[in-house]
Write a new protein. Structure first.
Length: 341
């Protein structure tokens, strides 16, 4: 099974201060790093290592690393072998110093570099790219090892090494977090996202986007005003045209009456500010409702409603088409405001 983990090494801060900063306490349990969710051990050169069993652990978010490194240096590494993604980074004095990332989904030679990288980086990069080129096998990802090797060069630790390079000491101490997903100073932080295998999961994101509060009020008033004549026309179609039009018109009027009542109730909730309950202003919902009103207008024309009830038919038709145009325009605006998905 592939590894999915991360680790950070801290220099310039005592173990007691590191654990206190991260709301961690030592236990009496010893073992290997993969035995525990969080474990710690000293490394050569004065580093203290925190091994984490999650690629996207809260301790490797930018916010957590910036605070942890406020008066020291932190070097870290992330490894996700299921999708062949890796990263190495350094934070010092509260700021990111450098980072290098690889994600095979972007290409076998993918390397994203930022900041002032250590002197050893170029030789590591050149060596592994040469191995990738000479191998000629796209199934073997040598470039994945660039961030891992760089972090190892700086801190003398690799997640896949059989033992630590620290005088034969290879024992990790289990650490316990006082706060679930706690970051430095007890701050709850969000996870760094794991690289996605299938980016199409974002196609549904616009379903979760809502319009701003002021737009909901305006939309509620405008649509309410347009729905009133539709509501009146629906009453006419349902109750006042018996015998003058086909039965299907009466049935369509009843359906329109119920739909109008439902939409008017939504408009009322939008106007009074019940935003959390309103899903009406999402782009896809607005588009679907727009086409519904256009089809209703076409249906009335097919049933010769505009001929048998000219005034009501004309008023209702104008209302349908107006609602269609307004909803389509609002759907575009809400989608643009939500940004690309």
């Amino acid at each position: 099974m592939g590894a999915s983990l991360s680790w950070i090494a801290v220099s310039g801060k005592s173990k007691a201060d590191i654990l206190a900063c991260l709301s961690l306490v030592e236990t009496d349990t010893l073992g290997e790093s993969h035995d525990f969710a969080i474990s710690g051990t000293p490394l050569p050169g004065g580093w203290y290592l925190l091994a984490l069993d999650d690629y996207a652990h809260p301790f490797v978010t930018d916010a957590a690393l910036e605070e942890l490194s406020s008066d020291c240096t932190v070097v870290g590494c992330q490894v996700e072998e299921h999708v062949m993604a890796s990263a190495a980074f350094c934070f010092s004095n509260g700021k990111r110093s450098w980072s290098v990332e690889h994600e095979s989904e972007r290409g076998i030679h993918d390397l994203r570099e930022s900041g002032d990288l250590p002197p050893s980086y170029q030789s590591i990069r050149t060596r592994l790219l040469a191995e990738q080129h000479s191998e000629g096998d796209q199934q073997v990802d040598f470039v994945f090892d660039v961030p891992v090797s760089l972090a190892h060069d700086l801190c003398s630790y690799r997640h896949d090494a059989s033992h630590l390079e620290s005088a034969g000491v290879g024992t990790f101490t289990k650490l316990h977090s006082n706060l679930q997903f706690a970051g430095p100073s007890g701050v709850v932080v969000e996870k760094r996202p794991i690289p996605r295998i299938d980016a199409t999961i974002d196609d549904e994101r616009d379903n979760e986007q809502s319009s701003p509060r002021w737009l909901q009020v305006v939309l509620g008033v405008a649509l309410g005003a347009l729905l009133v004549p539709c509501f009146a026309g629906a009453i006419m179609m349902t109750f006042l045209l018996n015998g003058e039009v086909p039965v299907s018109v009466n049935m369509a009027g009843l359906a329109l009456l119920l739909a109008s009542l439902y939409l008017l109730s939504i408009c009322a909730r939008m106007f009074v500010g019940e935003r959390a309950k309103v899903r009406f202003t999402r782009p896809r919902t607005l588009r679907a409702l727009a086409w519904l009103f256009l089809f209703l207008s076409a249906g009335s024309l097919i049933e010769s409603y505009f001929v048998t009830a000219k005034l009501q038919g004309l008023t209702q038709g104008v209302g349908y088409i107006s609602v269609f145009l307004v909803l389509r325009s609002l759907a575009r605006r809400v989608a643009q405001r939500a940004g690309p998905v």
